[in-house]
Design a protein around this ligand. Structure first.
Ligand SMILES: *Cc1c(COP(=O)(O)O)cnc(C)c1O
Length: 387
């Protein structure tokens, strides 16, 4: 190959690219805010209010009215805080229902909390979630879009079924936010967490968000009761009294640098029509699946994602016995997807920037590299730490 091939990025479901303007925004933050104002920046540049300001903007992406979303730590930590709080909303009930094959961090947090707080975990296949919810269920804790298959759970139906049995729901929106229209308020979701470095493009390790429905805020007791979640941090009181608003979800000093990059990303989301965005996402995944059926299945690939777009998020997984080598060879050919156990090639389609032409070109390149046998090269057999 002569010149390096143009990059086709189909991994925006794992880490989105930098937003236009983020470089300048970060540079100006360091010079004009941090260095210029130092401690005065908390009030002078509004750092103090960033968790809720950005939260409200993320709320617009998930169908939440202002005052219910806040930006805090990582998805993992926010999930921990919300799940403990959720259990406390249902004293006397001890079961947490989740999906078998949920994302590992979600499962580790669920299992860890169960052992710390004496709860029980029931992990079931997607089609058994609703029938598993019973009078002993405290929380139904699910990821909306399965990270492997891209299977999309029915948020409204599962939430209603949980409520019918008196349970609360906690949704993880990591693979949904920024890829589709969502309706947390309309669907009466209780609690949700989401990642901002995937389709939202907030940057590696960007802060996650928590959603707490208005009706729960004043009673929600999250377990990491630090001074920033106190009603009056600078009273320096030794007695914890939670902030009456969504700010009670905070614990310690938030990462302003992380929020500045996220803010630059959110500037690109203002006014985005989420229904049109979802339509675009469906168009991209439908096109990829049609081409995969025609050209990749004969080469040993098998579709793992749902065929019905209503059951699908914005990614497509294909199984192949040489999946790892294929992803490595594809990356060398400029098509960036990722590998997930077991034997899955995973391709994310970001409706914000991916195009149909990119889908076509990506399939062309994958067909060529498999026909040439590039994926069998020894160099592509060694597994890296990040796949
Ligand atoms: C990406 C993702 C996470 C990420 O958690 P971190 O705390 O940011 O590492 C968690 N849960 C799900 C379902 C994800 O897709």
């Amino acid at each position: 190959m002569s010149a390096a091939p143009t990059r086709i990025y189909l991994d925006g479901n794992s880490l989105g690219p930098p937003a236009p303007g983020v470089k300048e925004r970060l540079a100006s933050f360091v010079t004009d805010e941090w260095d210029a104002s130092l401690i005065g920046g908390w009030m002078g540049h509004g750092w103090w209010d960033m968790p809720t300001k950005l939260g409200d903007r993320l709320g617009a992406l998930v169908g939440a009215a202002p005052g219910q979303v806040i930006v805090a730590e990582s998805t993992t930590v926010v999930l921990y805080k919300l799940l403990v709080a959720a259990l406390k909303l249902r004293p006397g009930r001890s079961w947490i229902v989740t999906e078998e094959g949920n994302f590992p961090t979600d499962r580790h947090i669920i299992d860890g909390i169960a052992s710390q707080f004496g709860a029980e975990v029931e992990a079931v296949p997607a089609d058994q979630i609703i029938s598993s919810i019973c009078d002993g269920t405290a929380v139904v804790c699910l990821t909306h879009i399965n990270y492997r298959s891209g299977f999309r759970l029915d948020m409204a139906a599962i939430t209603a079924a949980a409520h019918a049995k008196g349970a609360v729901v906690l949704w993880d929106l990591s693979h949904s936010t920024g890829a589709m229209d969502l309706y947390l308020d309309r669907d009466q979701v209780d609690l949700a967490v989401g990642c901002t470095y995937k389709f939202v493009n907030g940057g590696p390790g960007a802060p996650a968000f928590a959603y707490v429905a208005e009706r729960h805020i004043s009673t929600l007791a999250q377990p990491i009761t630090g001074w920033i979640g106190h009603v009056d941090p600078f009273s320096m009181s030794e007695v914890f009294e939670p902030d009456p608003t969504i700010r009670r979800m905070l614990s310690g000093t938030p990462s302003v640098l992380g929020m500045v990059a996220l803010e630059a990303a959110l500037d690109t989301w203002d006014g985005v029509d989420l229904v049109a965005l979802r339509a675009r996402s469906v168009e991209l995944t439908e096109r990829f699946i049609a081409l995969a059926d025609e050209r990749l299945v004969p080469l040993g690939f098998e579709l793992v994602s749902p065929r019905n777009p209503d059951d699908r998020g914005s990614q497509v997984a294909l199984r192949h016995e040489h999946a790892y080598g294929i992803i490595q060879a594809a990356i060398a050919a400029g098509v960036v997807g990722d590998y997930r156990e077991p034997q899955l090639c995973r391709f994310g389609f970001a409706p914000k920037y991916n195009t149909i032409a990119e889908v076509d070109e990506a399939v062309d390149r994958i067909v060529s590299l498999v026909e040439r046998g590039d994926h069998l090269l020894a160099a592509y057999a060694v597994k890296k730490k990040v796949t």
